[in-house]
Design a protein around this ligand. Structure first.
Ligand SMILES: Cc1cc2nc3c(=O)[nH]c(=O)nc-3n(C[C@H](O)[C@H](O)[C@H](O)COP(=O)(O)OP(=O)(O)OC[C@H]3O[C@@H](n4cnc5c(N)ncnc54)[C@H](O)[C@@H]3O)c2cc1C
Length: 395
């Protein structure tokens, strides 16, 4: 039987990074994946330029049943550490917005960097290998795979979550976690477009492609001020993806369409300066033209009405409606398009220092399969690197 010190299942961002680091510690390391290519999510991430980290990474940017859990790993492997690695490999990056760092080269360059790190440390990657069963012995694991049986001291599970099944996502991590007595925080699609039904869906469909800045809130989550995009099925864009991670069925998402804080001040000014302009013209100066007919419904009078005929109260009512548009999605686009999986292996029985199972020595869970889910903007990769680095020091 093949024998290694450390076997990593899943050659995604977390698995490759962890394997490279355990191998660099002199551990005989093998990483397995059932896919034909490694790290496919890195390849498609960030529109092909991988938003590989976020300079503002903090545990508050993550959803988890235990909001303190991620602190330790995130503090010990920082965005600057990954930037230093990229620099050593001749890669460069740009901050686009809100601390988000994107690779100047194509995402494939990051995959090559991870593979080079693994290779130069003496680790091995084996693709197109599926896992059949894991048995725990007194101080090792016996793992049956389509390529034969492997014995290992440390077993690192890095098979990610359920998002985008056509890219090879499976629930293997959850099955193995259950096998070793771990609880699973119920999983749900996150960073996902929201869908609507009936009349409002028809309205949104007619607006497909229109975008605007908004503040989106799904309680109990925070508010996100970013772009919103109308789609054929509902709403997308960064603000909606962020809010979707906190949204639960039956609950509304509240949109503030006047996120810059000035409210309808421009309309009040117009009332003084160009009093004969219509309400419709006033709205057109604030919003994309195609959106105005829909927003006009928030005004109780005719939109042809000149702005000077609006009372303070009329403006305040319209302002209130535009600042708190309550919309109840019928659902989300689900696993097919969700960027990540919220929930996962419960942190209660994992060490926050090493990501090692408290039920079984030598067993580790890292990356997206753990109940730590980042906001949009490079946080999920930072968690993949940080949790991998934490486990690699012990696996
Ligand atoms: C379209 C898209 C864009 C994204 N863009 C960004 C971004 O720009 N920035 C960011 O921070 N995050 C982004 N993300 C999220 C990010 O890709 C994930 O959070 C990250 O890849 C998780 O890393 P991981 O290693 O834990 O899991 P994964 O990257 O999903 O890797 C898991 C690996 O395990 C393998 N595997 C699964 N099941 C099995 C099995 N049964 N047997 C063997 N192998 C198995 C898979 O083939 C895969 O290679 C994006 C996600 C998507 C879908």
């Amino acid at each position: 039987m093949e024998k290694v010190d450390c076997l990593v299942i899943g050659a995604g961002a977390a698995g490759l990074f962890c394997a490279a680091r355990t191998a660099a510690r002199g551990r005989r390391t093998l990483v397995l994946d059932h896919g034909r290519k490694p790290a496919e999510k890195v390849r498609i991430s960030g529109g092909g330029r991988c938003n590989f980290t976020n300079l503002n990474t903090h545990a508050d940017n993550f959803l988890s049943d235990n909001r303190h859990f991620a602190k330790s790993a995130l503090a010990r492997y920082r965005p600057e550490d990954f930037c230093a690695l990229m620099q050593r490999h001749g890669l460069s990056w740009q901050e686009k917005t809100l601390g988000q760092l994107f690779c100047d080269q194509k995402s494939g360059a990051i995959i090559r960097m991870l593979l080079d790190e693994l290779d130069s440390a003496g680790g091995t990657l084996r693709l197109e290998t599926s896992l059949k069963a894991v048995e725990a012995g007194p101080d090792s694991f016996r793992v049956s795979t389509s390529y034969g049986d492997i014995s290992c001291q440390s077993l690192v599970i890095a098979t990610g979550g359920l998002s985008i099944p056509k890219m090879g996502a499976t629930g293997l991590a959850y099955d193995l976690a259950r096998q070793f007595g771990h609880d699973i925080v119920p999983v749900r699609p996150a960073l996902v477009p929201l869908t609507f039904e009936g009349e409002i869906q028809a309205d949104f469909k007619a607006l497909a492609g229109v975008s605007l800045p908004v503040q989106a809130t799904a309680r109990p989550g925070p508010s996100f001020t970013e772009g919103l995009l109308f789609t054929h099925r509902g709403l997308s864009g960064p603000a909606i993806l962020q809010a979707s991670s906190y949204w639960s069925e039956g609950q509304p998402v509240v949109l503030n369409l006047l996120p810059d804080g000035d409210g309808l001040e421009p309309v009040r000014q117009m009332r003084r300066q160009t009093p004969f302009r219509s309400v419709q013209t006033a709205l057109s100066s604030l919003f994309p033209a195609r959106l105005v007919p829909l927003l006009s419904r928030f005004h109780s009078g005719p939109v042809s009405q000149p702005v000077h005929t609006l009372s303070d109260r009329d403006i305040a009512v319209l302002e209130g409606a535009l600042q708190a548009w309550h919309l109840t999605p019928s659902g989300s686009e689900g696993w097919r398009t969700a960027e990540v999986t919220a929930g996962g292996v419960a942190t209660a029985a994992l060490s926050s220092q090493s990501l090692e199972s408290r039920h079984r020595k030598g067993l580790f869970f890292i990356g997206e399969c753990v109940d730590v889910t980042g906001w949009l903007g490079g946080y999920n990769f930072q968690w993949a690197w940080a949790s991998a680095a934490a486990a690699a020091d012990h696996a």
